[in-house]
Design a protein around this ligand. Sequence first.
Ligand SMILES: [Zn+2]
Length: 294
Amino acid sequence: MPPIITRLRGNTYRRRVLKEGSPRKRRAMEPRASIAVIGGTGFYKFVDDVTEVKVDTPFGAPSDLIAIGKVAGKPVAFLPRHGRNHQFPPHMVNYRANLWALKNLGVERVLGPCAAGSLQPEAKPGDFVICDQFVDRTTGRKDTFFDGPRAVHISSADPYCPEMRAVAIKTAQSLGLSFHPDGTMVIIQGPRFSTRAESKWFSSMGWKVINMTGYPEVILARELGMCYLNVSLITDYDVGLEGREDIKPVTQEEVIKVFAENTEKLKTLIKGVIEALPEKRSCPCEEDLRKAIP
Ligand SMILES: [Zn+2]
C-alpha cells in the first residue's frame, strides 16, 4: 500500500505507511510523544520496537525518520542528529527542521546528549557533564524561527531546563556515575577541531566542554516552548592537556572509540531521566516563550 500523507498544523506534512483503518482511525493511530531524544555521534538507535515516522517541515526534511517507541511506559521520539549514516556533519545539520518536526509530534521536552571534548583536567574521558551555560562560537547557522516581521527575543540567561537538569543530576547520582552537575559548553563551528591557541583560550575562560552541535539546537527548542537538557559525554581532552605530553590532540577515531565504550552508560542515564521526569512540567521554559512574544 502506498504511503499516506496526512496534513498537520501549518505547512507540515507527516507521512507513514498504515495498513488498515478509516482515515479518522488512522489519525487517531498516529504516534505522538511528549519526550524526545536527539542522539549525537555514535548514538543512532535508542529503543527497540518503534514506529518510524517521516516528517516534512517548512524548513526541509529533518536528519532522518523519527522513531517513536516507549521508555518506562512513556512514548519517546528518537532522532539521530547526524542521520543514521552520519551523513550530516555538525555545520550541515538542519537544526530547524529537526526541532520543528519534534514539536509537531507533540514533544515538550528534548534530551540532547552529545559527545564532547573536555577543556578542564577534572572532566575526564567517560565523565558526564550536565551543562548549564553555553558560549556560541558557530557562524552562519540558521538559529531562529523568527526571521520577521515579528521580532521575538527569547531569553537565553538560563538556556537549559532547570527541572530536567535537576532530574538528570539526581539520576546520575543514583546510578553512581562520574559526572559534573554544571559546566559551560563552547560550541565551535567545525568541522575542524580547535587550534592549540583556541583551546588554550577556551580553557583559560573556565569553560568546561567543547562541542560542534550544542548550538543552535537548545535555542530553537526554547523558541518553540520546549524544554532542553544537554548531557555531554566526555570523549577526549581537545588538543591535549598542559604539561601532559602523553595526551595527544583529539581525532575523530578517538571520539568514536570512547563514545562506543560509554554508550550503554549514556543510554542508561537517558532512560533513567525519562523515567524520573514528572508527568507535567513545572519549569519556566514554556512561559519564557510567551514572555518573548510581543
Ligand atoms: Zn523546562
